[in-house]
Every structure is written in C-alpha cells, then in structure tokens.
Write a protein that binds this ligand. Structure first.
Ligand SMILES: [Zn+2]
Length: 191
C-alpha cells in the first residue's frame, strides 16, 4: 500500500483507489474526482500527505457516479464543477446520475457549476457515452489525459449500459480522443 499516492508528473499527484483521485498543485489547488465514500479512510490517510483539504480551491467531477463524487465534502472550501450535461442529468434524476441514494442526497447540498472550456491550464473534452455528461480533461503542458470512466488502460472502455449512458455516442467520443496523443493516461479506475 506504500505507493497508493504517487507523483505522476510535476505538480500532479494520483491517489490510487477504486475511484482514483488526482491532485493538481497549480496556481489553484485542483482535485479531479473524489473516489467512493467507502474509500474515505484512504483519502484521509494518504491524500492528506500532499494537500491540506481546506486549501483545495476547485473540485472537478468527470461525471457524477458515486465512486467519483463520494468524498466531495472533505474539500469544504472548494468550488465544485461538472459538465452542464451532468448537472442537467443530476437535476432530472439524482439517483440515475449518481447510482447511490445517500450520496445523491448529499450532493444536493452543494452548488455544481458548469465547467468552462478552458480552466486553469486544463481543456474540457466532452466525451458522452459512459454517461451523457462524461468529460475528459486535457493538460497540454505535460500531455496528460484525465479520462474518467471513458477510457482505461489497455484500451479498456467504460460501461455504456447505465441509466444515464448514451451508448450510441461512445465510439465517436473515443475516436475524438485519438488526436490528443497523450503521454500519460489518468483514468478513473486502474482497469
Ligand atoms: Zn462511472
């Protein structure tokens, strides 16, 4: 377990768990996804070694499934961002967007803001498929692709049979990622 937290590039950290968390120590302190509630002890124990949770400015969700939003409330001073489509799906049917009732209820207590196209050195890539609002984030400086549950290692891809999935869009989203020619892939799970 000693490598659960790893520095994957300058100013970029990864907490490996089922539901990975990435911490970007930029001019603003940015967290990408927050893992599942069940991993809260790991987040507390290990992610706290590299960032003071109260100092996190921004939390970005690649989508709103429970294993990506489960510990959002550890970062109580942050602003929370997701795609406009994810926010819309959540408003329509919180359970379908989150897939866990109690986490969906908790998530209703925060303001989710739509993520701009360019954001603190990151580019938003809309990749509908796994969910309608799924996004990837591109960090051009280091050629890192944060791929959420759209793309995993060894060309594994996310499920497209979930309540807010749009299976007919997945292929187009994956083809759209090819041009990014990433050096480092940072998926939502290490599949
Ligand atoms: Zn998911």
């Amino acid at each position: 377990m000693d490598s659960i937290i790893t520095r994957i590039a300058d100013k970029v950290w990864k907490l490996s768990s089922d539901g990975n968390i990435y911490f970007l120590d930029f001019d603003r302190k940015i967290i990408i996804d927050t893992s599942a509630r069940a991993n809260r002890h790991l987040v507390r124990q290990f992610l706290s070694k590299v960032v003071d949770f109260d100092k996190v400015d921004i939390v970005i969700f690649t989508h709103l499934h429970y294993d990506h939003v489960g510990n959002f409330d550890l970062f109580s001073n942050a602003e929370y961002f997701a795609s406009g489509e994810s926010i819309e799906d959540f408003r329509k049917n919180p359970f379908a967007a989150v897939l866990m009732e109690d986490i969906a209820e908790k998530l209703k207590t925060i303001e989710l803001k739509p993520l701009p196209q360019e954001f603190h050195g990151l580019e938003l890539i809309k990749t509908p498929g796994h969910t309608k609002g799924s996004i990837c984030l591109w960090y051009p400086d280091k050629k890192i692709l944060f791929s959420g549950d759209t793309l995993f290692f060894n060309k594994n891809i996310g499920r497209i049979d979930l309540p807010t999935s749009v299976p007919e869009k997945m292929n187009e989203s994956l083809v759209g990622l090819i041009k990014y020619n990433y050096k480092i892939l940072c998926p939502g799970h290490d599949y």
